[in-house]
Design a protein around this ligand. Structure first.
Ligand code: G3I
Length: 347
């Protein structure tokens, strides 16, 4: 039995897939996906900049193919993401002369973007990350172009537009650093307000880009409880484990010129040492212990990638870093912790 069979009794188990996987250019990773997971999300190809590069131009090929990959393999598929400050369709915020668009124009453009993307996959996508990363860690609202031009109600409008385009799709709000108390409070406030306004909102996505010493496990668990208490599903949407130290600790003007760059920033060039491997397991088992305790509140756990080789955390935030954040290694083998996670849920 694999993760999807055992953990699947409680929640769906997913992975973010890139286009190499869905086009058959990485058959071994595709096999890992179909063997171990029952849910996918597109890592990049449904983002605004990619799918809607110009006002009257949509690029559907990769997203269509990703939806087909899910259909062909009987996988649930989640849509990511409709409104996000990063990789947005930049043209959306300005007129041709470069001036910032009016509130009415941005609402209209956002309406058309959401309507066209959501309705194309109506009935096929289980749920959408409607608004991604709207809140700062301290709980203030992120000053994104959507916020600055439309105002705080851009969030409600986005949920209304998405619901109108596919009334049966689930709708989520998604963010990182969800263990932060300030962010937790604001997310809960937004969700309760959306409900009070009569909007559909089904779930809160906790991205969970975790590391060796963050987030604080008690705060993380407190957030699961607070989010569940809002009356919505809790989803772990982008799980991975950054095994490298933060480069903030030894940044220079040009970090790549730093004298001990290779040793300090890329300490595990040829693999984790035994201490690193132990820490990796411990961290994953800590989090899956939490997911087990909260298995009736959590409806999905999705990893942000399939194998270490394909993870966005390599070469991040500077070139030349080798990372080990996922459950499958560079040789497409399951790491030993996979069996331990399965065992945790078999008891
Ligand atoms: O596809 C182009 C390629 O044509 C071009 O030559 C190359 C040059 O830079 O860029 C390629 O696009 C890159 C894309 O990933 C596909 O590899 C973009 O530059 C790069 O910015 C993009 O990074 C993605 C990032 O989001 C920004 O959209 C990561 O893969 C993706 O894992 C990451 O995912 C985000 C979630 O959506 C939201 N939460 C955080 C998470 C991690 O940052």
């Amino acid at each position: 039995d694999t993760m999807k069979d055992v953990l699947g009794k409680y929640f769906t188990v997913g992975a973010a897939v890139n286009i190499d996987i869905v086009y058959g250019r990485s058959p071994e990773e595709a096999r890992i996906v179909t063997d171990n997971f029952n849910s996918i999300v597109a890592e990049n190809c449904m983002k605004g900049e990619v799918i809607h590069p110009e006002e009257n131009t949509y690029f559907w090929d990769d997203a269509d193919r990703t939806v087909k990959f899910a259909e062909d393999n009987g996988l649930e598929i989640i849509g990511h993401c409709l409104v996000w400050h990063s990789q947005p369709p930049e043209w959306m915020f300005t007129y041709e002369n470069g001036d910032t668009v009016s509130r009415a124009v941005l609402i209209d453009r956002m309406y058309h973007h959401i309507t066209n993307v959501v309705s194309r996959y109506k009935g096929k996508i289980k749920g959408w990350d409607v608004v991604n990363e709207a809140v700062n860690d301290d709980g203030t609202m992120r000053q994104s172009p959507y916020y600055k031009i439309i105002g705080p109600d851009y969030v409600r409008l986005a949920f209304e537009f998405a619901h109108e385009a596919d009334p049966n799709a689930e709708l989520y709000i998604n963010d990182f650093s969800m263990a932060s108390p300030g962010k937790r409070a604001t997310i809960c406030k937004i969700v309760r307000q959306l409900k009070a306004d009569g909007c559909r909102i089904d779930g809160i996505g906790m991205q969970s880009h975790n590391g060796i010493d963050y987030p604080d496990l008690d705060e993380y668990e407190a957030s699961i409880d607070s989010f569940a208490a809002c009356g919505v599903k809790v989803m772990i949407t982008e799980l991975d484990m950054n095994m490298l130290p933060s480069p903030d600790d030894f940044s220079g003007a040009d970090i790549s010129q730093h004298f001990d760059y290779q040793d300090k920033l890329n300490p595990y060039k040829s693999g984790l040492d035994s201490k690193g491997r132990k820490l990796f397991e411990k961290r994953y088992l800590d989090f899956f212990g939490i997911y087990y305790r909260h298995r009736h509140q959590i409806s999905r756990v999705t990893f942000w990638g399939v194998t270490d080789k394909g993870s966005w955390l390599n070469d991040f935030p500077v070139e030349g870093r080798t990372n080990y954040p996922l459950l499958f290694d560079r040789e497409n083998k399951a790491k030993p912790v996979v069996e331990k996670i399965i065992k945790l849920f078999s008891e």
